[in-house]
Design a protein around this ligand. Structure first.
Ligand SMILES: C[S@@+](CC[C@H](N)C(=O)[O-])C[C@H]1O[C@@H](n2cnc3c(N)ncnc32)[C@H](O)[C@@H]1O
Length: 310
């Protein structure tokens, strides 16, 4: 594959570089926002981007809050981006290299917000895949739960939470549990997210937990323990079987996002207007990797010290 051929095959990859975004995922958040307008609220002040590296979602947040909404008081606005990996600086974004599952991370974010709650939290988290399908699915679910736990500790009432999910076997359960904490849950699929992938995004609008429920961030808490108190009066598990009550199944509304004119991420465009097709030349990445695992090997190779142990 020649340099630049990905520029032609994946138009979102190309568009990201043209518009100065570090990753094509920027368009997922932009297309979600086109549908739900959560970033167009002029009162948006404190925003958290979980699992943020390399930072294209943070770039979108920075542009929306500071470049487009210049009329509102920028003194009060704050964006905090958290990732295990280091991130190169982004204007108006405070980056934390930290694990979202660790309670100290929550304390650090609250500290940066002066103990005020956040208006919006998003998470595009994905763990490293092992290839063992069941293990990967389990770790992904744990990461979503951690993002949710952290969010419930930091989000203001009425706030919005957006997170990447994979529509696996048990996803209905997550939708119904989220329904206890938010006014509305939508499962959204932006056009820039490949149709062939199970990836989708839950958009949770109007944080509104039961008044007696206490949020907690603890990786050792089981899902049942976490939601304890939410089910009050809504779900009863009984040993005695009474007559069958047909309970409404909780299925999140599904919504495709992104205008029909936007590119389809699964399509190969053979018929780009020649004015575009002929001018496409490869563009350099917007931001090189900060500390890739292969960095040391490259340095050794350049200095002729790379040896292979047999
Ligand atoms: C798909 S990338 C995020 C892309 C980002 N939204 C963007 O637009 O540039 C997923 C990220 O999740 C991060 N991650 C995975 N587990 C994490 C954890 N426990 N704490 C913090 N970050 C985590 C990974 O380091 C990775 O950078």
């Amino acid at each position: 594959m020649g340099k630049g051929s990905k520029d032609k095959r994946d138009l979102y990859y190309r568009k990201a570089k043209e518009q100065g975004y570090r990753a094509r995922s920027a368009f997922k958040l932009l297309q979600l926002n086109d549908q739900f307008h959560f970033l167009d609220d002029p009162n948006l002040k404190r925003v958290v981007d979980l699992c943020a590296a390399p930072g294209s979602w943070s770039q979108v947040l920075s542009r929306k809050l500071f470049d487009e909404n210049i009329d509102t008081d920028s003194e009060e606005k704050k964006i905090v981006a958290v990732d295990l990996q280091p991130m190169s600086p982004i204007p108006h974004v405070t980056t934390l290299q930290a694990d979202i599952t660790h309670p100290k991370t929550l304390a650090r974010i609250l500290d940066l917000f002066g103990n005020e709650k956040a208006d919006f939290v998003c998470s595009d988290g994905a763990p490293d895949v092992t290839g063992l399908h069941d293990l990967d699915e389990y770790v992904q679910q744990q990461l979503i739960m951690s993002a949710l736990q952290l969010t419930t500790c930091i989000l203001k009432k009425g706030g919005v939470f957006v997170a990447k999910i994979f529509r696996g076997r048990d996803i209905d359960m997550l939708y119904s549990q989220l329904g206890y904490l938010f006014d509305k849950i939508v499962c959204a699929k932006p056009r820039s997210s490949r149709g062939t992938s199970l990836e989708a995004f839950i958009v949770c609008l109007g944080y509104n937990p039961p008044s007696s429920w206490i949020p907690k961030l603890d990786v050792n808490t089981s899902v049942d323990e976490f939601f304890q108190g939410c089910y009050f009066n809504r779900l009863v598990i009984s040993d005695k079987l009474s007559h069958w009550n047909e309970e409404e199944r909780s299925i999140a509304e599904f919504m495709a996002c992104g205008s029909l004119e936007s590119f389809d991420s699964d399509a190969t465009y053979h018929d780009l207007p020649s004015s575009i097709a002929n001018t496409i030349s490869s563009l350099d990445p917007v931001q090189g990797p900060t500390n890739p695992p292969y960095k040391k090997a490259l340095e050794l190779k350049r200095s002729g010290k790379l040896t292979r142990s047999v």
